[in-house]
Design a protein around this ligand. Structure first.
Ligand code: GLU
Length: 441
């Protein structure tokens, strides 16, 4: 069965970059009628926070990316110790005592002579007695995974045939000096235990994947299928990482972006298919094809989200927004009529507050000097409310007869006097919603 996981570290709020990973994993699972696991990668006690784990869950719920199972790495530390023991027994883990400063120096020297900064495995040559001495002097070392120096190959769901020469990569540290198992091992142990079949993640993980393939094999596990999506860049092609704070899911939500607009954009951005606004999750799942995604960096502009949000809202029936309309203060009996009139004239749901304010409290009239007499005369002909859908046609017909004005010269000054704006919904639709007309008082 297809099983995927989204594995955020709870060290901050998730942003559009994380969302891309989450969505792709979600869609792969749903397309394969499989399972989507939310795995909280909280092995780092100093940086992980419960509030962030909760916030991530809240954001995913809001997006509608529901998971079938939740896992937490911090509850699985025993499993990681077992996996480490297995690797140690197989002779694939070795202890290394170099300090960060020493390692840095080694890398500098390698760079100076034009060599890639790959760990030189000096620890492997250290004798048992020397190791004892180092341990008593420096305390525990870190534990590194001894890579097989072969070409590690896989067929990537996005990148296609991919290979990395293991000798160009440092033996990864799997266990820290303080005994804490690192993500590189924890993730492989989890993917095996949880029967993860497909891993979709950013292309910054490609080297990790190579080493994790060897670790999985060393643990006797099945290697999942991998797909690495390109990273997002700003609209100008520049690095997005500094702007990611402003592109957190919660900030976008505060700005009124709707989940379906955000998901629709993310389901297509960077693929060879055009952006399509999906009406529901089922359609998005059906249309999703990971092989359509490209290798080059993907440009993301948050300004694209508002027009998509507006288009999404225009398609929603009243039933889909009933509660939100009621929360804006619109009485139930007017709710449906109000929504059908206002939905074409809003960018985000916040804008309905403005329209309801205009209907319930009346708009500050805008009357140009040359129209002052005309508007005064017209308003005398406007009966008292409540109004219905025939009011506008009847009233303007009478005003036309009385004043001789027609067309734009007739309609526009009246619209501005009643709504304070030169555009908006059809006036015949709006009239029945106007509870107060300030220009009249
Ligand atoms: N916690 C890792 C990250 O956020 C997960 C990477 C993975 O998908 O394996 O980068």
């Amino acid at each position: 069965m297809t099983t995927t996981r989204f594995a955020p570290s709870p060290t901050g709020h998730i942003h559009v970059g994380n969302l891309r990973t989450a969505l792709m994993n979600f869609l792969v699972a749903r397309k394969g009628n499989g399972k989507f696991i939310l795995r909280i990668d909280d092995t780092d006690p100093e940086r992980s926070r419960n509030e962030f784990a909760d916030a991530i869950k809240e954001d995913l719920e809001w997006l509608g990316l529901h998971w079938d199972r939740e896992e937490r790495q911090s509850r699985r530390l025993d499993r990681y110790s077992e996996a480490a023991a297995r690797l140690r027994d197989a002779g694939r883990l070795y202890e290394a005592f170099e300090t960060p400063v020493e390692l840095d120096l080694k890398r500098k020297k390698q760079r100076n002579i034009g060599r890639p900064p790959v760990y030189d495995r000096a620890a492997l040559a250290v004798s048992a007695s020397e190791r004892e001495r180092l341990r008593s002097e420096r305390g525990n070392g870190v534990w590194r995974f001894k890579l097989d120096h072969e070409r590690i190959e896989w067929v990537d769901g996005i990148l296609g045939g991919t290979s990395i020469d293991a000798s160009s990569v440092s033996d990864p540290v799997l266990i820290r000096r303080d005994g804490q198992v690192l993500y590189t091992l924890a993730s492989v142990a989890d993917d095996i235990d949880m029967h993860v079949t497909h891993v979709v993640r950013g292309s910054d993980h490609v080297t990790n994947t190579a080493t994790q393939i060897q670790i999985a094999r060393a643990l006797g596990g099945k290697v999942p299928e991998f797909a690495h999506h390109s990273l997002l860049v700003g609209p100008d092609g520049g690095n997005l990482s500094k702007r990611l704070g402003a592109l957190s899911i919660r900030k976008l939500r505060e700005q009124g972006v709707e989940p379906m607009a955000l998901l629709s954009l993310m389901a297509r951005l960077g693929s060879s298919d055009g952006i399509e606004l999906f009406g529901n999750m089922e359609d998005m799942i059906k249309a999703f094809d990971i092989s359509r995604f490209g290798v080059s960096a993907t440009r993301f502009a948050s300004r694209d989200l508002l027009p998509l949000t507006a288009r999404h809202l225009q398609k929603l029936d009243y039933a889909a927004v009933k509660d939100r309309v009621a929360r804006a203060g619109v009485p139930n009996e007017l709710g449906e009529r109000f929504w059908m009139v206002s939905r074409d004239n809003i960018t985000t749901m916040d804008d309905i507050g403005m329209w309801w304010g205009l209907c319930s409290e009346g708009a500050e009239p805008v009357i140009d000097d040359e129209d002052r007499e005309f508007v005064a005369e017209a308003l005398k002909l406007l009966p008292d409310g409540p109004y219905d859908s025939a009011t506008w046609a009847n009233w303007t017909k009478e005003v036309k007869r009385a004043t001789g004005r027609k067309g734009r010269g007739l309609f526009m000054p009246l619209r501005k006097a009643l709504t304070g704006m030169s555009q908006g919904p059809e006036m015949s639709d709006l009239m029945p919603l106007l509870q107060v007309i300030r220009a009249k008082s």
